[in-house]
Design a protein around this ligand. Structure first.
Ligand SMILES: Nc1ncnc2c1ncn2[C@@H]1O[C@H](COP(=O)(O)OP(=O)(O)OP(=O)(O)O)[C@@H](O)[C@H]1O
Ligand SMILES: Nc1ccn([C@@H]2O[C@H](COP(=O)(O)O)[C@@H](O)[C@H]2O)c(=O)n1
Length: 414
């Protein structure tokens, strides 16, 4: 978890390393020092079990870094038999965007099966692999990749660090998982246009839509909620009842590219959805001059899913409710009303089963991972300006529609 870049910058001793040992507990935090440090029992146990390696990608090119990280993740997911792969990160306390994500592998197999995979990363200069040795009460880390016979790996001693005020995964969200301006998201797709030709086509569609004009016309109402909470059913009914225009984010013109971007690493995937909101915003501006506009998903979906995925572990690890990360982007058209449909998990599962369509990886996550669902729901509630109003979507479609029509008439004078 320590790179040549970090060596050059003299940053290695100011970094804190966090290993997500178990999703329900605090990560294990440590720093590195030149001098040996006596470790207490928890740390000795962690570093002493089986062979331990850590690795991460060291590159100034964020696209290459994200793609290599994703490739490593895929390869490591194939490790079975006596191998455990844990998520790690390192960061400089209180320094935003200092987070570097990586992995830690504990291998109890003989002969060590993980080493075969780790050796394949040796060809890639940007992948740094470290190994750990426990000697009595001391433990040190040394570079494992790119060390030849004559070179002697330098040791850095493991030194416990205290728990930070904010969970480290919250430090790297801005401009990597959530984009707070069109320009930030646009730049990501520009940076990957050589390796991902679909980016050029998406950018062209963004350019063609132009800027969204502020809407002084009819109200714009966004319907949000997890999958299968009834958004499609309700938005179509609202279109009929209010004689409204129905829009979606991502917009229809991005549908041919969605599958491609869904299989890209988070930074690229999130930039795609962020740009989708700007295209929809431009359509909202135009359409709201003619009729009320109903929108199926918008910024709340983009930010809530992204934050919940980026933050590991428990709901308590989410950015605090007053965090700037929940603020609406200044340059994105604000709707007049955002309603969030809520149904209990059992009813949602029943609706999902009845529908039986293909699901995205994230939708599958929602089903299997209760922690993830709780984080998405909580992040939705924390987003500000505008925040969303919760609607109980468990009654019949007709009752939900009537409830929502009352709310719209109340709040938007329609
Ligand atoms: N109020 C309701 N009561 C019972 N079933 C409902 C209700 N609303 C929708 N459904 C059913 O639940 C399933 C999911 O509904 P729908 O497709 O509208 O959800 P969605 O939120 O748009 O999902 P997604 O985001 O995954 O597209 C459908 O089979 C639909 O007929
Ligand atoms: N404005 C949006 C809309 C969607 N997403 C992402 O898509 C997934 C859910 O969309 P469905 O159309 O399949 O319901 C979800 O994983 C979101 O991450 C988004 O980011 N922004």
């Amino acid at each position: 978890m320590l790179s040549r870049t970090m060596f050059r910058c003299g940053q290695m001793y100011s970094r804190v390393f966090a290993v997500e040992v178990d999703l329900l507990t605090e990560p294990l935090y440590f720093t590195l020092s030149a001098k040996p440090h006596i470790l207490h029992h928890d740390y000795q146990r962690f570093f002493g079990e089986g062979k331990l390696f850590s690795l991460y990608v060291d590159s100034d090119n964020r696209i290459q870094k994200a793609q290599t990280h994703a490739e490593i993740k895929t390869k490591l997911s194939k490790l079975e038999r006596d191998c455990v792969v844990l998520e790690t990160c390192s960061y400089i306390p209180d320094v935003k965007n200092s987070v570097v994500k990586g992995f830690c592998i504990r291998d109890k197999s003989t002969p060590g099966i993980s080493e075969e995979i780790l050796k394949t990363f040796r060809q890639n200069e940007s992948v740094c692999v470290f190994s750990y040795k426990l000697d009595g009460q001391y433990c040190w880390q040394e570079l494992w990749s790119h060390v030849n016979q004559t070179e002697k790996a330098e040791r850095q001693y493991i030194t416990p660090a205290s728990t930070p005020l904010y969970h480290p995964s919250t430090l790297g969200i801005r401009s990597s998982d959530v984009f707070y301006s069109k320009e930030e998201a646009y730049m990501v797709l520009q940076e990957c246009s050589d390796i991902l030709p679909e980016s050029k086509a998406v950018l062209q569609l963004v350019d063609e839509q132009g800027e969204s004009s502020g809407s002084d016309g009819f109200p714009v109402i966004v319907i949000e909620g997890l999958d299968a909470t009834g958004k499609t059913t309700l938005t179509e009914a609202l279109r009929e009842s209010l004689n409204a225009t129905l829009l979606k984010s991502p917009p229809q013109c991005l549908a041919p590219f969605r599958q491609c971007f869904d299989s890209e690493p988070p930074v690229i995937r999130r930039a795609f959805y962020a740009l989708g909101n700007y295209i929809t915003a431009a359509q909202m501006g135009k359409e709201s001059l003619k009729a009320p506009v109903i929108v199926d998903r918008y910024w709340h979906s983009t930010a809530a899913y992204a934050i919940a995925t980026a933050v590991s572990g428990r709901v308590e690890n989410l950015p605090r409710p007053d965090s700037e990360l929940y603020q609406w982007p200044e340059d994105l058209l604000r709707p007049n009303l955002v309603l969030m449909l809520n149904v209990n998990p059992e009813e949602r599962m029943r609706r999902l089963k009845d529908r039986g369509q293909d699901k995205t990886i994230e939708e599958n996550e929602l089903e299997v991972n209760q922690l993830f669902r709780l984080k998405v729901e909580e992040a939705y509630k924390r987003i500000q300006n505008p925040s969303c109003i919760s609607v109980d979507a468990s009654p019949s479609p007709q009752e939900v529609l009537q409830q929502v029509l009352r709310l719209i008439r109340n709040k938007c004078q329609l």
